[in-house]
Design a protein around this ligand. Sequence first.
Ligand code: PLP
Length: 377
Amino acid sequence: MDGLLYLDHAASTPMRPAAVEAMTPFLTDCFANPSGSHRFARTARRAVDEAREQVAAVLGVLPGEVIFTGCGTESDNQAVTGSVAQRGGLAVTSAVEHHAVLDPVLASGGVAVGVDATGHVDLEELAQVVRSSDAVSVVSVMTVNNEVGTVTDMAAVAEVVRREAPGAWLHTDAVQAACWIDLREVTPLVDMLSLSAHKFGGPKGVGVLVARSGASPAPIIRGGGQERERRSGTSNVAGIVATAVALAETDAERGAEAARVGALRARLVQSISSSVDAHETVPGSACVPGVVHLCFEGIENEALLFLLDTEGVCASAASACASGAMEPSHVLAAMGVPRGIAGGALRLSLGHTSTEEEVDAAARAVVSSVARLRGAG
Ligand code: PLP
């Protein structure tokens, strides 16, 4: 990544060297299919079993409650679509979910509940929606929002769901949470939880779905019956081994990293907003340390991203390009951010390789690019 200022960790964070090291022998030497019966297969199977135990320990669940999938999107889809397929009834979610949850909920005829100006789900509306439905199959509310970084009070969500719809399964998309939140505090509150390895230093192509005992979403991939009939397909042994190592390392470093990255976040916001006019969409107190979401009024984020890219800054702005026109993100729209402001949205996200030098250089690039686009530079 020489010459690049990488501030897009929420999109994907670099693999941890220990994870690369752990996976390599399973790509080169021990490549056997773990479903086989010979000793070579048994070695691969043992590695998957150990990885499952390691992941379960970090999440505070039983190994049998951990299902390895092909990505976070698949885990989310199984939690929603698999729950509706298994038991019928309504799927309910929040309006700011990742499309991996929102789309299957809406495709099943489900409901998306509104949020407040900081992106927190409206608990009154959630209570009303689940109370007025005959049967709620699943409620899915994300632990951390991928676009603006808002942290959900999962205990408050669980309290509403258990009170108003005691039969519903509660799922949380914790894909953006693993780096910042101790998930042992979340798993006792929910029936299902989704993770994606490439967001915490593991490889792309591995997801985790935790299905606590009592929750049995139907498989959405059927075939060879792997993962105890819950997710078919030959196990990605190398990826699963690396996922467990990355998650364990992330867990061990979380406290120190949250403090270090939180300080970088504050420095980044301060250096940008002391030089140019910027709206911080969600304050640091309501959001994870790794996400800074800013809106620059009067600027098109496409133009800003283009200028930043020429300066080597990797950032993102979650907008969907629909029929040639840039549409503001569904997250900002649900939060009530006016279109004129949302059009100038920029997400800078930090992670385990972020440094002070990188943050300072990125801040300078943002300030000069914004000034240039506003005609002052
Ligand atoms: N959920 C959230 C909150 C995400 O941020 C992402 C990825 O950006 C996903 C789900 C999808 O994960 P994956 O990239 O592994 O499919």
